[in-house]
Design a protein around this ligand. Structure first.
Ligand code: PMP
Length: 478
């Protein structure tokens, strides 16, 4: 029994705005929520004991680039939800598209025997947007993990159809993050994401990546590092046997691994190597897709055309779950042959959910009309340069890096040696708490602040964040 003797009377978030509610009722419900936050939910990526001991702010509402929590704190949302609320909060067009579609037809399946219009319309739109990448077909899911899972499965089926059924393995990069279904987790390049759920799916091979701040080899230029990692990849392919490998998956800019921007030569080399050995190249654009990296799609930063693209997050600006896996027209040709093996025996109840697809169409409209990718580039460049100036004042900042509106500020105990803070060190968390109190919501991953605000962010928002972070670093004792 909690403060309310176990009675779950919490109904909706409307109550905060309800004038007729007695002030003490509001207080009572707020207290109930605060006490409840870690009690019945296992929060993703968190130790339940920590959630109980140190409950996170409960975000109640959003407007533009701000969110407001249960305590009434209004904060600049430097997380963009979770790299996803690209168009910002309160966008009537998306809200209206969702409610209109829910009223008209909340759900109908795309399984054999029926279809729905928004799923068909959005697929056409996504293929139009990626025409220069040669994308021709869309498979839907409900998020990024579905999108990568679908990519892995469809790549295997492609090779069976193409007469090379031995191509079963997948390559991925150290530091990469591809969601947490079994396939995506097995492709993840960080031990923390795999450890508690091993053994992994067989056939996933992880190779070194050109992490510029913490490189596998010291004393080389970015291009040399890109080249060395490309050669290591090639050696691994030759060791495994090129004809056993289905696909390579990588993010155009690694996100959850710490916003690692690869050297300029690396993605072109990935494409070259995949072409040399006939390996499919999967671009995991779950974060970068639809504008965040400063281009509409992340691969465009590197002038590379993938075979498969995974999208989620920004596709609906996070208003409702949706994932999409795009495959090239060239790959799709393999499904032209008749026969049972060409059935796409993959999909979910919510593949092509009409409400999600309607939201996607509306969010993409905003993205294109307001050129959010261009704003991400302009404001991102400015933001990055301003954050770098903090390095002159704060020795604790080891590195500031990013592309577009995906930026990381990495704290270190010693700048010269790049010595990291222990995961148990409370310092980075105390700095971000100080930012919260001054109205800036940052995401802290161990020793890094991840900055991925809505793509409608302005230079003056960036200035505000820089000033708050500057002050938080100056006033938080180590
Ligand atoms: N791929 C990448 C690159 C991601 O960043 C994420 C999520 N952050 C995923 C896949 C998984 O997406 P989801 O959490 O929607 O399943």
């Amino acid at each position: 029994p909690g403060p309310d003797n176990g009675r779950l009377f919490y109904r909706s978030t409307d109550w905060l705005a309800e004038d007729f509610m007695e002030a003490n009722d509001v207080q009572h419900e707020a207290n109930w929520l605060r006490a409840e936050v870690g009690r019945h939910v296992f929060h993703p990526m968190a130790d339940p004991k920590d959630t109980v001991a140190n409950p996170p702010p409960i975000v109640m509402r959003g407007d533009g680039v701000h969110v407001t929590d249960l305590d009434g704190r209004r904060m600049l949302d430097c997380q963009g939800g979770l790299w996803c609320v690209n168009a910002g909060y309160g966008r009537e067009e998306i809200i209206e598209a969702i409610s209109r579609q829910a009223r008209e037809l909340p759900y109908y399946t795309m399984f054999p025997g029926s279809a729905n219009a928004p799923a068909v319309q959005l697929a056409a739109k996504l293929c139009e947007l990626t025409a220069s990448e040669g994308m021709g077909r869309v498979l839907y899911g409900s998020g990024g993990s579905d999108a990568t899972e679908t990519a892995f499965k469809i790549a295997r089926q492609y090779w069976k159809l193409a007469g090379q059924p031995e191509r079963l393995k997948y390559l991925s990069l150290r530091g990469g993050y591809h969601g947490l279904h079994f396939g995506g987790m097995s492709a993840c390049g960080g031990d923390a994401w795999r450890r508690n759920y091993e053994p992994l799916v067989p056939g996933f091979i992880n190779v070194e990546s050109p992490n510029l701040y913490r490189p596998p080899f010291e004393g080389v230029s970015p291009d040399q590092l890109g080249e060395m990692c490309a050669r290591l990849l090639e050696r691994e392919i030759l060791f495994q046997g090129p004809d056993t490998i289905a696909a390579l998956i990588a993010e155009p800019v690694q996100g959850a691994g710490g916003v690692n921007v690869p050297p300029a030569n690396y993605w072109p080399r990935l494409r070259e190597i995949c072409d040399r050995y006939g390996i499919l190249l999967i671009a995991d654009e779950v974060i970068t897709g639809l504008g965040r990296s400063g281009e509409l799609f992340g691969v465009r930063n590197w002038g590379v055309t993938p075979d498969i693209m995974c999208l989620a997050k920004g596709i609906t600006s996070g208003y409702i779950p949706l994932g999409a896996t795009l495959i090239s027209e060239r790959m799709a040709a393999a499904w032209e042959a008749p026969g049972p093996t060409s059935v796409v025996m993959h999909g979910y109840t919510y593949s092509g959910h009409p409400v999600a697809c309607a939201a996607g169409l509306a969010a993409i409209d905003i993205t294109l009309r307001e050129k959010l990718h261009e704003n991400a580039r302009v404001v991102g460049d400015y933001f990055l340069a301003r954050l770098k100036t903090l390095m002159d004042r704060h020795e604790v900042i080891g590195d500031v890096r990013g592309k577009g509106l995906m930026i990381a500020v990495e704290l270190v105990k010693n700048r010269a040696t790049r010595e990291a803070f222990a995961p148990t060190d409370s310092y980075p968390g105390r700095v971000s708490d100080a930012c919260l109190d001054k109205g800036v919501m940052l995401r802290t991953i161990v020793n890094k602040f991840i900055i991925s605000p809505p793509l409608i962010f302005t230079k003056s928002h960036a200035d505000e964040v820089v000033a708050v972070l500057d002050q938080a670093l100056a006033t938080t004792g180590r």
